[in-house]
Design a binder for this molecule. Structure first.
Ligand code: HEM
Length: 278
């Protein structure tokens, strides 16, 4: 018996080495994120509009905030006089991180995303949030006492392909190779939307049903930009509204402008929808 144990352990180690996943790391070139091949001229135009919106740095007069997570530069959080402290878990070259609080002050479960930064005091070249009195939450203190869960963004490349898989195909795939999966300890279930039962598939917990929903939510939660999908600000503080609410709404600047004729499309959803894995 004693001799058998080391043999089994040795065999398990060999299997682990053979099956070990390897991370190829950052690959050379800039292939990922380009449009998938074969788009029509109209689809290519939508990709471009989506990419431009995705890359746009939002300013106060766009309706940024009152609270937001990040734009491309960490420095922007404190630039223009905004009253923010960059939390210790965010760094210039580190991953973008989103903070969820585990508990509320009264001890009840929280779990929601808490936007890292405020626009209070910010005077950028588009407008002023000088009267905004929203206070940034004390992220370093919450983090130090273990009340913060961090999530990094999921890649959006190939999102359109993920979106186009019908629910019944996902269910069929889940049921395939059942014996092998059981042997390897692989199990799972599809998450479903509570209202209509469709399979949810986007986000770390597969919590959202579509890219459009995620893009609208990203604009509301990450940037504080409201749209027809998410028409109300998460922080309704009247001193901090620098634009009409919803910030983007169909027909706001004319119904023929493709950037705004559909306010959620203007939010960049066509970028993840048409971007290729590589
Ligand atoms: C600075 C702004 C942004 C930050 C900090 C951010 C952060 C994140 C994070 C943390 C997740 C994972 C969410 C979770 O599962 O809990 C995520 C997913 C996602 N984000 Fe963003 N995001 C930003 C902007 C955007 C924009 C502008 C779009 C829209 C075009 C977008 C589209 C998505 C989509 C579609 C997913 C889900 C992808 C998937 O799971 O397949 N995000 N993002």
């Amino acid at each position: 018996m004693l001799a058998v144990v080391p043999t089994i352990l040795g065999w398990m180690a060999t299997v682990a080495v053979v099956n070990a996943a390897t991370d190829p790391g950052v690959r050379p070139g800039t292939a990922a994120g380009n449009p998938i091949p074969g788009l029509s001229a109209d689809q290519a135009a939508l990709f471009q509009i989506g990419q431009d919106a995705f890359n746009e740095v939002e300013m106060v007069d766009d309706g940024l905030g009152p609270r937001f997570n990040l734009d491309p530069q960490v420095a922007a959080a404190t630039a223009f006089g905004a009253r923010n402290v960059v939390p210790a878990f965010i760094s210039a070259n580190g991953p973008i991180r989103e903070a969820r609080f585990k508990f509320r002050p009264n001890g009840a479960r929280d779990g929601g995303v808490h936007s890292l930064f405020v626009i209070s005091g910010r005077l950028d070249n588009s407008g002023s949030a000088g009267n905004c009195d929203a206070l940034q939450e004390e992220f370093n203190a919450h983090f130090a006492r273990g009340n913060v869960s961090l999530r990094i963004p999921t890649p959006v490349f190939g999102g359109g392909l993920m979106e186009s898989i019908p629910d019944n195909v996902l269910a069929t795939n889940l049921g395939r190779n059942a014996a092998q999966k059981a042997q390897l300890g692989i199990a799972g279930h599809l998450n479903a939307n509570g209202n209509d039962g469709r399979a949810t598939r986007f986000g770390w917990k597969a919590q959202n049903v579509s890219l459009l929903l995620f893009a609208g939510e990203a604009y509301n939660v990450e940037m504080g930009l409201t749209s027809e999908l998410f028409p109300t600000e998460r922080d309704p503080n009247p001193k901090c509204q620098t634009d009409t609410v919803p910030n983007n709404i169909t027909g706001r600047t004319g119904i023929m402008d493709p950037n705004v004729c559909d306010s959620t499309r203007g939010s960049g959803v066509d970028h993840p929808r048409t971007a290729a894995f590589q």
